[in-house]
Design a protein around this ligand. Sequence first.
Ligand code: FAD
Length: 382
Amino acid sequence: MKCFKLSLFALFVSGCTTLPLKVERLTPPTLSQHHIAKKVSCVRPTRNGIFQIRSDVEGKKLVTHIYGHGGAGLTLAAGSVDKGLKLFEQALTANPKFKNKPIRVVGAGIMGMWSAVGLAKKGYTVKISAKELKNLPSYYAAGIFGPAPDSMMVSKDELKLVDAVAARSYTIYAEIAAGRHPYIKRGPEPMPIYVGAHTNSGLDPLVAMGVMPTPEQVLVDFGNGKKHFSTKFASFFIHGPKLMAELHREAKALRIKIVKEHIRDLQRIPEPIIFDCSGLGARELAHDDRMVPVLGHILMLKDQPPKAERNYMVLVEANGKMLYVTPKGEGAVGSSFIKGEGRLNSHKEQYDLVLARAIDFFGGPPQRAERAANAAKLTPDS
Ligand SMILES: Cc1cc2nc3c(=O)[nH]c(=O)nc-3n(C[C@H](O)[C@H](O)[C@H](O)COP(=O)(O)OP(=O)(O)OC[C@H]3O[C@@H](n4cnc5c(N)ncnc54)[C@H](O)[C@@H]3O)c2cc1C
Protein backbone atom coordinates (compact mmCIF):
# COMPACT_ATOMS: atom_id res chain seq x y z
CA MET A 1 0.00 0.00 0.00
CA LYS A 2 2.80 2.35 0.99
CA CYS A 3 4.68 1.65 -2.28
CA PHE A 4 1.50 2.22 -4.25
CA LYS A 5 1.05 5.66 -2.66
CA LEU A 6 4.67 6.57 -3.30
CA SER A 7 4.63 5.60 -6.94
CA LEU A 8 1.46 7.65 -7.42
CA PHE A 9 3.34 10.69 -6.11
CA ALA A 10 6.34 9.78 -8.24
CA LEU A 11 4.08 9.82 -11.28
CA PHE A 12 2.69 13.16 -10.18
CA VAL A 13 5.97 14.94 -9.52
CA SER A 14 8.02 13.55 -12.34
CA GLY A 15 5.57 14.27 -15.12
CA CYS A 16 4.46 10.70 -15.80
CA THR A 17 7.72 8.85 -15.41
CA THR A 18 7.83 6.10 -12.79
CA LEU A 19 11.00 7.03 -10.93
CA PRO A 20 10.73 5.83 -7.31
CA LEU A 21 10.40 8.71 -4.86
CA LYS A 22 13.31 9.13 -2.49
CA VAL A 23 12.34 8.81 1.16
CA GLU A 24 14.37 10.91 3.61
CA ARG A 25 14.18 9.88 7.24
CA LEU A 26 14.72 12.91 9.49
CA THR A 27 14.72 13.34 13.23
CA PRO A 28 12.01 15.85 14.16
CA PRO A 29 12.64 18.49 16.81
CA THR A 30 11.26 17.60 20.25
CA LEU A 31 8.40 20.01 20.75
CA SER A 32 6.57 20.97 23.93
CA GLN A 33 6.39 23.98 26.28
CA HIS A 34 9.21 22.31 28.27
CA HIS A 35 11.51 22.38 25.26
CA ILE A 36 11.43 26.15 24.81
CA ALA A 37 14.67 27.79 25.95
CA LYS A 38 13.77 31.32 24.93
CA LYS A 39 11.01 33.28 23.22
CA VAL A 40 12.31 35.92 20.82
CA SER A 41 10.44 38.63 18.98
CA CYS A 42 11.93 40.93 16.40
CA VAL A 43 10.85 43.20 13.60
CA ARG A 44 11.65 42.73 9.93
CA PRO A 45 12.59 46.03 8.25
CA THR A 46 10.30 45.59 5.26
CA ARG A 47 9.88 47.86 2.28
CA ASN A 48 6.54 47.37 0.52
CA GLY A 49 7.24 46.09 -2.97
CA ILE A 50 11.00 45.71 -2.98
CA PHE A 51 14.12 46.63 -1.00
CA GLN A 52 15.99 49.83 -1.77
CA ILE A 53 19.49 49.86 -3.25
CA ARG A 54 20.50 53.10 -4.96
CA SER A 55 23.22 55.74 -4.96
CA ASP A 56 22.70 59.40 -5.85
CA VAL A 57 23.51 62.95 -4.90
CA GLU A 58 20.90 64.16 -2.41
CA GLY A 59 21.23 67.77 -1.28
CA LYS A 60 24.91 68.24 -0.44
CA LYS A 61 25.64 64.54 0.07
CA LEU A 62 26.33 61.48 -2.01
CA VAL A 63 23.94 58.99 -0.43
CA THR A 64 23.80 55.23 -0.97
CA HIS A 65 20.72 53.51 0.42
CA ILE A 66 20.70 49.78 1.24
CA TYR A 67 17.67 48.83 3.31
CA GLY A 68 14.23 47.25 3.44
CA HIS A 69 14.95 43.53 2.90
CA GLY A 70 12.17 42.33 5.22
CA GLY A 71 12.44 38.65 6.12
CA ALA A 72 15.25 38.00 3.66
CA GLY A 73 17.97 40.37 4.84
CA LEU A 74 20.52 37.73 5.79
CA THR A 75 19.88 36.00 2.46
CA LEU A 76 20.26 39.14 0.39
CA ALA A 77 22.96 40.95 2.41
CA ALA A 78 26.03 39.80 0.48
CA GLY A 79 24.51 40.55 -2.93
CA SER A 80 22.90 43.82 -1.81
CA VAL A 81 26.09 45.25 -0.36
CA ASP A 82 28.00 44.14 -3.45
CA LYS A 83 25.46 45.96 -5.64
CA GLY A 84 25.38 49.02 -3.36
CA LEU A 85 29.17 49.37 -3.50
CA LYS A 86 29.13 49.12 -7.31
CA LEU A 87 26.38 51.75 -7.64
CA PHE A 88 28.28 53.98 -5.20
CA GLU A 89 31.49 53.77 -7.23
CA GLN A 90 29.57 54.58 -10.42
CA ALA A 91 27.99 57.59 -8.69
CA LEU A 92 31.43 58.64 -7.46
CA THR A 93 32.81 58.55 -11.00
CA ALA A 94 29.88 60.71 -12.15
CA ASN A 95 30.43 63.14 -9.23
CA PRO A 96 34.23 63.39 -8.82
CA LYS A 97 34.03 66.19 -6.19
CA PHE A 98 33.21 63.43 -3.65
CA LYS A 99 36.40 61.48 -4.38
CA ASN A 100 38.62 60.75 -1.36
CA LYS A 101 36.03 62.13 1.07
CA PRO A 102 35.20 60.29 4.31
CA ILE A 103 32.10 58.14 4.63
CA ARG A 104 29.52 57.75 7.40
CA VAL A 105 27.55 54.52 7.50
CA VAL A 106 24.24 54.75 9.37
CA GLY A 107 23.26 51.38 10.88
CA ALA A 108 25.16 48.49 12.43
CA GLY A 109 22.99 45.61 11.25
CA ILE A 110 24.27 43.25 8.61
CA MET A 111 23.89 45.81 5.79
CA GLY A 112 25.72 48.57 7.64
CA MET A 113 28.51 46.39 9.02
CA TRP A 114 29.15 44.68 5.69
CA SER A 115 29.04 48.00 3.77
CA ALA A 116 31.48 49.62 6.21
CA VAL A 117 33.93 46.71 6.07
CA GLY A 118 33.64 46.50 2.27
CA LEU A 119 34.31 50.24 1.92
CA ALA A 120 37.26 50.22 4.34
CA LYS A 121 38.76 47.24 2.48
CA LYS A 122 38.67 49.40 -0.64
CA GLY A 123 40.62 52.11 1.18
CA TYR A 124 37.80 54.53 2.11
CA THR A 125 37.75 56.20 5.53
CA VAL A 126 34.62 54.98 7.30
CA LYS A 127 32.78 55.61 10.56
CA ILE A 128 29.55 53.91 11.70
CA SER A 129 26.71 55.54 13.63
CA ALA A 130 23.94 53.34 14.94
CA LYS A 131 21.04 53.83 17.31
CA GLU A 132 21.31 50.21 18.44
CA LEU A 133 24.28 47.84 18.16
CA LYS A 134 23.20 44.45 19.50
CA ASN A 135 19.44 44.13 19.86
CA LEU A 136 18.88 43.75 16.12
CA PRO A 137 17.12 41.39 13.68
CA SER A 138 20.51 40.67 12.12
CA TYR A 139 21.30 38.68 15.29
CA TYR A 140 17.84 37.19 15.91
CA ALA A 141 16.96 36.03 12.38
CA ALA A 142 16.36 32.31 11.97
CA GLY A 143 18.93 32.08 9.18
CA ILE A 144 17.28 30.52 6.14
CA PHE A 145 18.81 31.37 2.78
CA GLY A 146 15.52 32.02 0.98
CA PRO A 147 14.91 35.17 -0.99
CA ALA A 148 11.11 34.79 -1.05
CA PRO A 149 9.93 38.20 -0.01
CA ASP A 150 7.13 38.54 2.57
CA SER A 151 5.40 41.35 0.82
CA MET A 152 7.24 41.89 -2.37
CA MET A 153 4.52 42.40 -4.91
CA VAL A 154 7.10 43.17 -7.50
CA SER A 155 7.13 43.97 -11.19
CA LYS A 156 8.98 41.68 -13.63
CA ASP A 157 12.04 43.99 -13.65
CA GLU A 158 12.08 44.19 -9.88
CA LEU A 159 11.82 40.43 -9.67
CA LYS A 160 14.86 40.19 -11.94
CA LEU A 161 16.73 42.46 -9.53
CA VAL A 162 15.72 40.31 -6.52
CA ASP A 163 16.90 37.18 -8.36
CA ALA A 164 20.19 38.78 -9.45
CA VAL A 165 20.95 39.99 -5.90
CA ALA A 166 19.99 36.58 -4.46
CA ALA A 167 22.16 34.79 -7.03
CA ARG A 168 25.15 37.01 -6.16
CA SER A 169 24.55 36.34 -2.45
CA TYR A 170 24.37 32.59 -3.03
CA THR A 171 27.70 32.69 -4.89
CA ILE A 172 29.34 34.72 -2.12
CA TYR A 173 27.98 32.40 0.60
CA ALA A 174 29.30 29.41 -1.36
CA GLU A 175 32.73 31.11 -1.45
CA ILE A 176 32.62 31.67 2.31
CA ALA A 177 31.54 28.08 3.00
CA ALA A 178 34.34 26.76 0.79
CA GLY A 179 36.93 28.91 2.63
CA ARG A 180 37.55 31.03 -0.49
CA HIS A 181 36.22 34.39 0.73
CA PRO A 182 38.96 36.96 1.32
CA TYR A 183 37.92 37.90 4.86
CA ILE A 184 34.77 36.11 6.06
CA LYS A 185 35.30 32.61 7.34
CA ARG A 186 32.08 31.79 9.23
CA GLY A 187 28.36 32.43 9.01
CA PRO A 188 26.83 30.56 6.09
CA GLU A 189 26.83 26.73 6.13
CA PRO A 190 25.57 24.55 3.26
CA MET A 191 22.27 23.10 4.49
CA PRO A 192 19.36 21.31 2.82
CA ILE A 193 15.99 22.99 3.06
CA TYR A 194 12.77 21.00 2.68
CA VAL A 195 10.19 23.25 1.10
CA GLY A 196 6.53 22.29 1.24
CA ALA A 197 4.21 22.04 -1.73
CA HIS A 198 2.68 25.42 -2.71
CA THR A 199 5.41 27.22 -0.73
CA ASN A 200 7.43 29.90 -2.48
CA SER A 201 11.01 29.74 -1.23
CA GLY A 202 12.23 32.10 -3.96
CA LEU A 203 14.90 29.53 -4.83
CA ASP A 204 13.50 28.26 -8.16
CA PRO A 205 14.87 31.22 -10.19
CA LEU A 206 18.37 30.48 -8.85
CA VAL A 207 18.01 26.90 -10.06
CA ALA A 208 16.81 28.14 -13.46
CA MET A 209 19.83 30.50 -13.63
CA GLY A 210 22.16 27.55 -12.98
CA VAL A 211 23.39 29.10 -9.73
CA MET A 212 21.90 26.39 -7.51
CA PRO A 213 21.74 22.64 -8.17
CA THR A 214 18.42 21.15 -9.28
CA PRO A 215 16.31 20.31 -6.22
CA GLU A 216 15.02 16.81 -5.48
CA GLN A 217 11.44 15.75 -4.84
CA VAL A 218 11.45 13.70 -1.65
CA LEU A 219 9.12 12.23 0.93
CA VAL A 220 10.25 13.37 4.37
CA ASP A 221 9.50 10.73 7.00
CA PHE A 222 9.86 11.83 10.62
CA GLY A 223 9.49 8.24 11.84
CA ASN A 224 6.52 9.13 14.04
CA GLY A 225 3.73 8.88 11.52
CA LYS A 226 4.35 12.38 10.09
CA LYS A 227 5.36 12.37 6.42
CA HIS A 228 5.50 15.28 3.99
CA PHE A 229 6.14 15.57 0.28
CA SER A 230 8.84 18.22 -0.10
CA THR A 231 11.26 19.83 -2.51
CA LYS A 232 14.80 19.56 -1.18
CA PHE A 233 17.06 22.47 -2.17
CA ALA A 234 20.79 22.81 -1.53
CA SER A 235 20.50 26.03 0.47
CA PHE A 236 22.51 27.74 3.21
CA PHE A 237 21.90 28.20 6.89
CA ILE A 238 23.19 31.68 7.72
CA HIS A 239 24.19 32.03 11.35
CA GLY A 240 23.56 35.75 11.89
CA PRO A 241 25.57 36.15 15.13
CA LYS A 242 28.60 34.37 13.62
CA LEU A 243 28.49 36.48 10.46
CA MET A 244 28.09 39.65 12.52
CA ALA A 245 31.05 38.60 14.71
CA GLU A 246 33.17 38.19 11.57
CA LEU A 247 32.20 41.68 10.38
CA HIS A 248 32.87 43.22 13.82
CA ARG A 249 36.29 41.52 13.94
CA GLU A 250 37.15 42.96 10.52
CA ALA A 251 35.79 46.39 11.47
CA LYS A 252 38.04 46.37 14.54
CA ALA A 253 41.08 45.30 12.52
CA LEU A 254 40.35 48.08 10.02
CA ARG A 255 39.94 50.59 12.89
CA ILE A 256 36.39 51.51 11.90
CA LYS A 257 34.93 53.63 14.68
CA ILE A 258 31.42 52.57 15.75
CA VAL A 259 29.43 55.17 17.66
CA LYS A 260 26.07 54.58 19.31
CA GLU A 261 23.94 57.56 18.27
CA HIS A 262 20.54 58.35 16.82
CA ILE A 263 20.84 60.18 13.51
CA ARG A 264 17.90 62.51 12.86
CA ASP A 265 18.84 63.97 9.48
CA LEU A 266 21.27 62.59 6.89
CA GLN A 267 22.02 66.11 5.60
CA ARG A 268 23.37 67.13 9.03
CA ILE A 269 26.02 64.40 9.11
CA PRO A 270 29.44 66.07 8.67
CA GLU A 271 30.81 63.51 6.18
CA PRO A 272 29.97 64.26 2.53
CA ILE A 273 29.32 60.60 1.70
CA ILE A 274 26.64 58.55 3.48
CA PHE A 275 25.60 54.92 3.41
CA ASP A 276 22.05 54.66 4.74
CA CYS A 277 21.67 51.12 6.10
CA SER A 278 19.18 52.12 8.75
CA GLY A 279 16.57 49.39 8.21
CA LEU A 280 13.28 50.65 9.59
CA GLY A 281 14.99 53.96 10.39
CA ALA A 282 14.84 54.72 6.66
CA ARG A 283 11.18 55.57 7.06
CA GLU A 284 12.29 58.86 8.66
CA LEU A 285 15.85 59.22 7.37
CA ALA A 286 15.02 58.54 3.71
CA HIS A 287 11.41 59.77 4.02
CA ASP A 288 10.39 56.37 2.70
CA ASP A 289 6.80 55.67 3.66
CA ARG A 290 6.99 52.24 1.97
CA MET A 291 8.96 51.03 5.02
CA VAL A 292 6.81 48.98 7.40
CA PRO A 293 7.62 46.87 10.46
CA VAL A 294 6.69 43.18 10.22
CA LEU A 295 6.80 41.54 13.64
CA GLY A 296 7.98 37.93 13.98
CA HIS A 297 8.14 35.49 16.93
CA ILE A 298 10.72 32.72 17.21
CA LEU A 299 10.93 29.85 19.69
CA MET A 300 14.50 28.90 20.55
CA LEU A 301 14.50 25.24 21.59
CA LYS A 302 16.44 23.28 24.19
CA ASP A 303 17.11 19.61 25.02
CA GLN A 304 17.00 18.62 21.36
CA PRO A 305 18.36 15.63 19.45
CA PRO A 306 22.11 15.70 18.68
CA LYS A 307 23.36 18.39 16.27
CA ALA A 308 24.23 15.82 13.59
CA GLU A 309 20.52 14.91 13.37
CA ARG A 310 19.36 18.53 13.16
CA ASN A 311 21.29 19.67 10.11
CA TYR A 312 18.32 20.60 7.97
CA MET A 313 15.83 23.42 7.54
CA VAL A 314 12.11 23.45 6.77
CA LEU A 315 9.91 26.04 5.10
CA VAL A 316 6.22 25.27 4.63
CA GLU A 317 3.17 27.34 3.98
CA ALA A 318 -0.26 25.91 4.68
CA ASN A 319 -3.55 27.83 4.70
CA GLY A 320 -1.65 31.09 4.31
CA LYS A 321 0.46 30.39 7.42
CA MET A 322 4.21 29.93 7.25
CA LEU A 323 6.34 27.62 9.39
CA TYR A 324 10.13 27.74 9.28
CA VAL A 325 12.74 25.84 11.24
CA THR A 326 16.52 26.10 11.31
CA PRO A 327 19.27 24.50 13.41
CA LYS A 328 20.23 27.83 15.06
CA GLY A 329 21.25 27.13 18.66
CA GLU A 330 19.39 23.92 19.50
CA GLY A 331 16.74 24.80 16.93
CA ALA A 332 14.76 27.91 15.96
CA VAL A 333 11.08 27.69 15.03
CA GLY A 334 9.04 30.59 13.71
CA SER A 335 5.90 31.37 11.83
CA SER A 336 4.45 34.81 12.49
CA PHE A 337 4.45 37.76 10.06
CA ILE A 338 2.46 40.62 11.60
CA LYS A 339 2.52 43.47 9.17
CA GLY A 340 2.50 47.01 10.50
CA GLU A 341 3.40 45.86 14.03
CA GLY A 342 6.63 47.23 15.49
CA ARG A 343 5.97 46.63 19.21
CA LEU A 344 8.25 43.81 20.32
CA ASN A 345 6.12 42.87 23.33
CA SER A 346 2.87 42.52 21.43
CA HIS A 347 1.01 39.47 20.08
CA LYS A 348 2.50 37.11 22.66
CA GLU A 349 -0.20 34.54 21.80
CA GLN A 350 1.89 33.92 18.68
CA TYR A 351 4.38 31.83 20.66
CA ASP A 352 1.68 29.23 21.37
CA LEU A 353 0.54 29.36 17.76
CA VAL A 354 4.10 28.78 16.53
CA LEU A 355 4.39 25.75 18.81
CA ALA A 356 0.99 24.38 17.76
CA ARG A 357 1.85 24.74 14.06
CA ALA A 358 5.21 23.07 14.58
CA ILE A 359 3.65 20.16 16.53
CA ASP A 360 1.07 19.75 13.80
CA PHE A 361 3.85 19.48 11.20
CA PHE A 362 6.49 17.48 13.06
CA GLY A 363 4.42 15.54 15.54
CA GLY A 364 4.55 16.30 19.22
CA PRO A 365 5.09 14.80 22.62
CA PRO A 366 2.73 11.78 22.27
CA GLN A 367 4.96 10.27 19.60
CA ARG A 368 8.00 11.01 21.74
CA ALA A 369 6.36 9.42 24.77
CA GLU A 370 5.53 6.43 22.63
CA ARG A 371 9.17 6.15 21.57
CA ALA A 372 10.31 6.37 25.20
CA ALA A 373 7.78 3.70 26.16
CA ASN A 374 9.04 1.49 23.36
CA ALA A 375 12.61 2.01 24.52
CA ALA A 376 11.64 1.20 28.13
CA LYS A 377 10.12 -2.10 26.99
CA LEU A 378 13.56 -3.10 25.74
CA THR A 379 15.35 -2.55 29.06
CA PRO A 380 16.36 -5.71 31.02
CA ASP A 381 14.19 -4.69 34.03
CA SER A 382 10.96 -4.57 32.11
C1 FAD B 1 11.64 36.86 13.15
C2 FAD B 1 12.62 37.13 12.05
C3 FAD B 1 13.15 36.06 11.32
C4 FAD B 1 14.03 36.30 10.26
N1 FAD B 1 14.53 35.23 9.58
C5 FAD B 1 15.31 35.44 8.50
C6 FAD B 1 15.82 34.35 7.76
O1 FAD B 1 15.57 33.17 8.09
N2 FAD B 1 16.57 34.60 6.66
C7 FAD B 1 16.86 35.87 6.27
O2 FAD B 1 17.53 36.05 5.24
N3 FAD B 1 16.44 36.94 6.98
C8 FAD B 1 15.66 36.76 8.07
N4 FAD B 1 15.19 37.82 8.78
C9 FAD B 1 15.42 39.19 8.26
C10 FAD B 1 16.74 39.79 8.66
O3 FAD B 1 16.96 39.65 10.03
C11 FAD B 1 16.72 41.29 8.30
O4 FAD B 1 16.24 41.51 7.00
C12 FAD B 1 18.12 41.87 8.40
O5 FAD B 1 18.71 41.54 9.63
C13 FAD B 1 18.05 43.39 8.22
O6 FAD B 1 19.36 43.90 8.37
P1 FAD B 1 19.61 45.46 8.27
O7 FAD B 1 21.05 45.69 8.46
O8 FAD B 1 18.98 45.99 7.02
O9 FAD B 1 18.74 46.08 9.45
P2 FAD B 1 18.90 46.01 11.03
O10 FAD B 1 19.56 44.77 11.48
O11 FAD B 1 17.53 46.33 11.55
O12 FAD B 1 19.87 47.21 11.35
C14 FAD B 1 19.47 48.55 11.20
C15 FAD B 1 20.48 49.44 11.89
O13 FAD B 1 20.14 50.81 11.67
C16 FAD B 1 20.14 51.49 12.92
N5 FAD B 1 19.29 52.67 12.83
C17 FAD B 1 18.00 52.74 12.48
N6 FAD B 1 17.59 54.01 12.51
C18 FAD B 1 18.65 54.78 12.89
C19 FAD B 1 18.87 56.16 13.12
N7 FAD B 1 17.89 57.06 12.92
N8 FAD B 1 20.09 56.57 13.53
C20 FAD B 1 21.10 55.69 13.72
N9 FAD B 1 20.95 54.36 13.51
C21 FAD B 1 19.74 53.92 13.10
C22 FAD B 1 19.66 50.43 13.88
O14 FAD B 1 19.92 50.81 15.23
C23 FAD B 1 20.50 49.26 13.40
O15 FAD B 1 21.81 49.36 13.91
C24 FAD B 1 14.36 37.62 9.89
C25 FAD B 1 13.89 38.69 10.65
C26 FAD B 1 13.02 38.45 11.71
C27 FAD B 1 12.52 39.62 12.50
